[in-house]
Every structure is written in C-alpha cells, then in structure tokens.
Design a protein around this ligand. Structure first.
Ligand code: C5P
Length: 222
C-alpha cells in the first residue's frame, strides 16, 4: 500500500493517542504524539525555573532544546536533550501549564516545523489539536475525535488510577473543560475541526470500533 498521512485531532482525553497508535500499528505507519512535544517543552521550561512572564527565554529555550520521540513499550518514549522524560511530562504540573505554553506563537512555529519534517516522508499518523487544520493541511485522511467531558474524564481517571489515586472525577472534569476552553480560544492555531475532517464522537464507541472506522476511511479515501 502506498504511504499517506493521517491527522487525528480533538480535545483532551478523546482517546486520540490510543486510537492513533493502534491505527499506526495496523498500517505499519509511524505514530507521532504532538501533545507529547508541547508537554516536553513545558517540562523543560518548568525544569529551568522560567517564570510566566519570561516568554522570550521560553522561546529561546524551545529553539535550543532537542526533542525526540521513539516508539516505546507503551506508545512513545520522549527524550529531551537525551533524558527520558516520558513519565515526567504526564505530571499534574506539566498538564496544568501546557496550554499556557502552547499558546505562544513562536513556540508553536518551532514545533510545527519539526512536525512537518517528521511527516514529510508520509506514512505518519499524527495526533494533536491543529494537525488537520494547520500542520498537515494536505493529510490524505483527517479525523476529529470527540466525546462528552464526563466520559473523557472517566477514561483519564482510569488511566491515572495507579499513579495519581487522589484525583477525583469532578477535578478531572473541571481540568478537561478548562484545557478545552484554553485550547479552543487561543489566538494561534486553536483547537478546531478542519472543514474536511470526519467527525467521530467516541462517547458510545469502543476502541476497536473507532479504529475500524478510521481504517475504513483510509480504504475509501486512498
Ligand atoms: O494531547 P495532550 O493532551 O497530551 O496535549 C497537551 C496539550 O498540548 C494540549 O492541551 C494543548 O494545549 C497542547 N497541544 C497543542 N497542539 C497540539 C497538541 C497539543 O496545542 N498539536
């Protein structure tokens, strides 16, 4: 089969990374989690102790930071300047700061350039917020995954049950709604469904059902 690119966008916790990884595995394509890239930059900024107002320093730091994604046991292993930060980028602190960092236009430019390079050879399944609308506007298949806030919070609660047992469903629902609001309202490349993206509401779908639906789209579009 000829290689092509698949863009999967949607709000926090819609199941993008699980679905994107399975679709990529099924097609023998490379999975790229762009949220992990924004999280990696956010982790680095926090690790360097930069304050909210130090935007110029944040941009300079992003430009000189080496971010690498490699296929790992549970999806993707993320390296920042050679250090494995796969677990660290999922902390509550990074999650609480990532939308603020990702609203900075110059930081988006740096990461968007990297993402375009990663997809240049085709055969990539890329998930994020602005992939179909901005990063890969010519992706052959575009999907916008969504689900109700409650179901997204319930899924996230199950994911973090072992590592963050004190977090409540209500807290997660609030955090998710707030992150959606920030991602949708930012000026640069907001979370938005591309006009030609196929909307899939996963609220009442199982993971295999969603994967099959996307694989069908791939067959019919190519
Ligand atoms: O996908 P994940 O929830 O890990 O993404 C973390 C954050 O990174 C999002 O809430 C959003 O602020 C940012 N992001 C983005 N553009 C992307 C991917 C993620 O702004 N393409």
């Amino acid at each position: 089969m000829e290689k092509f690119n698949i863009a999967i966008d949607g709000p926090a916790g819609a199941g993008k990374s699980t679905i994107a990884r399975l679709v990529a595995g099924n097609l023998g394509f490379v999975y790229v989690d762009t949220g992990a890239m924004y999280r990696a930059v956010t982790w680095k900024i926090l690790d360097e102790g930069l304050g909210d107002e130090q935007t110029a320093e944040m941009i300079a730091l992003t430009k000189r930071t080496d971010i690498r994604l490699t296929p790992g046991e549970n999806g993707q292993t993320v390296f920042v300047d050679g250090r494995d930060v796969t677990g660290l980028i999922r902390s509550a602190e990074v999650t609480g700061n990532v939308s603020r960092v990702s609203s900075i236009g110059e930081i988006r430019e740096v990461l968007t350039r990297k993402q375009k390079e990663m997809a240049a050879g085709k055969g990539v399944v890329m998930d994020g917020r602005d992939i179909g609308s901005h990063v890969l506007p010519n992706a052959e298949v575009k999907v916008f995954l969504t689900a109700s806030v409650r179901i997204r919070a319930e899924r996230r609660l199950r994911e973090i049950a072992d590592t963050q047992p004190d977090v409540s469903l209500e807290q997660l629902m609030q955090d998710i709604a707030e992150r959606d609001r920030m991602d949708e309202q930012r000026e640069v490349s907001p979370l938005k469904r591309a006009p030609d993206a196929v909307l899939i509401d996963t609220t009442e779908m199982t993971i295999p059902e969603v994967v099959d639906r996307i694989l069908e789209l791939c067959k019919s579009r190519i």
